[in-house]
Design a protein around this ligand. Sequence first.
Ligand SMILES: C[S@@+](CC[C@H](N)C(=O)[O-])C[C@H]1O[C@@H](n2cnc3c(N)ncnc32)[C@H](O)[C@@H]1O
Length: 432
Amino acid sequence: MTMRLGGRLAGAIEVLDDIETRRRPVADALKDWGLSHRFAGSGDRAAIGNIVYDALRMKLSHAWLMDDDRAHSLGWAVLLRQWGMSLESLQADLEGDNFAPAPLSESQIQAFTSRNLSDAPLHVQGDIPDWVQPSFEQAFGDDWLAEAQALATRPTLDLRVNTLKANRDKVLKALDRSGAQASPIARFGMRVPAGEGPSRLPNVTAELSFQKGWFEVQDEGSQIVADLVTPREGDQVLDFCAGGGGKTLAMAAAMNNKGQVHAYDADRKRLAPIIERLKRAGTHNVQVHDSAKGLSNLRDRCDEVLVDAPCTGTGTWRRRPDTKWRLTDRNLQERITQQQEALTEASAFVRPGGALLYVTCSVLPEENDRQVQAFCEANPSFEIVSVMDDWTHLFGGSAPKPRSADGKTVTLSPASMDTDGFFFCRMRRRSS
Ligand SMILES: C[S@@+](CC[C@H](N)C(=O)[O-])C[C@H]1O[C@@H](n2cnc3c(N)ncnc32)[C@H](O)[C@@H]1O
């Protein structure tokens, strides 16, 4: 028996409360709720998850409109503001439902029906922490509020065809029940639209075509930046912050299993899933290194060195909205230091004339343009080169032109590109 809306809303409020009061990660809080409410079916759990994630995406503006930041207000606000229900119809829906949460109080109703979001402070309208606003203004100019608001919407589910095993038509056919379509920009991308209300995204990793390695789950922005590395078939590539291997896999396929991708990460645990993924994808041109020692004979030898740097992840706030409210200036400063270290360490592996590629999934200038400018100032053997010709060559003249602070680097964002936020910069090591 499926739960009615009232029970689902009450469940979501419990989970939101748990996240807030016990500082629990969202996925853990949702899982625990499912374990202690075994009668809830998968549709119920998905709906509850949607309410929770939607609430976290727009937590500030919901709280401002309700004049109350408790989970109860956030849950109701999701249905009223994000799920398109009117106060009257929602109240009618929940009436007589014993599992429904407490009704809205007079003061909540009074606030919600009289307040106008355009009177709220701008960071509240954009649902971002106040201290981040200046960085957004710097990154996006007049568009910063629209970009912040776009980061508070639901993301699409993006997939990348593994060209070593399949082509896009073949995968789209295999996934025809999923609603996937060819992506707007990425050459091998496919996209399932973000659902609405309680709707569930298809579980594509359960498909046989996934098990057979025909495609990977990867945000379109991540596919685009991996493509912008533009490795050639016989190249020696070092993926210096390979993590679980999302970009390693994309580059290995783009190189058509030729040349060599060396995948390294300072954190062995993060690297671990790569082995299974490489096997499934049928890649033969990747060497995995779990120790920096193994890289020593690559010094000054690599054609391309990718630094997919540790970052605040502001560009992924659509997918991980809880991290938006946990971010502190201290975290940002720590990341900036780690980025400088990773760039410096990785740069030693670039051959003269080769390229150092810097990527983040953040939109903050402190982690992006400013970082690469500072690196090149401190390391004059490297210079920033434009990727605009590569962009046109890869994605065609009719693809939208990306944002760029200096006409050379690229910043992807949800409002401008309908992707997660990403930064990409190509630096060339001078030949002599
Ligand atoms: C954004 S994640 C990488 C994601 C991955 N490239 C992908 O596409 O799935 C950044 C990674 O950098 C690693 N890292 C951080 N500092 C590093 C360093 N100095 N050397 C190597 N790896 C580092 C972290 O362990 C983390 O896995």
